[in-house]
Design a protein around this ligand. Sequence first.
Ligand SMILES: [Zn+2]
Length: 138
Amino acid sequence: MIKEIVKDRDFLSQPAEEATAEDAQVAEDLRDTMASLEGCASLAANQIGSTKAIVAYEDGGRIYVMYNPKLKMGAQPFTAQEGCFSLDEVSEVKRFNMITVNYQVFVNGNLVSRSKRFSGWTAQIVQHVIDHCAGKLV
Ligand SMILES: [Zn+2]
């Protein structure tokens, strides 16, 4: 279901709770909402009003969902200008050009652990939504 984007800073500043396999509906809503937004590269569940640590990002025209993403490794720091669907202004932020993320995916009713390396733009948008899970806004 497509949800409305949350812009309440107090809500967005709260760290997300651990997501479980019971939260598959949140992941679906996140996917639907992101697909409905033009120019949206990544979205965190708290941006659609959920308190769970679930994020979605776009890569090569496909939307991927990660449960409980954690930044495991970062290399090649740089300074980026970033906008956000929940904020009106663009901010300067420090990002890594290469990252490794540990996360979980929903497979046959269970959460399964995965690890993935990202670089460039995808690494940047993934770091943006991992920050959202920590209650951090750019
Ligand atoms: Zn954002």
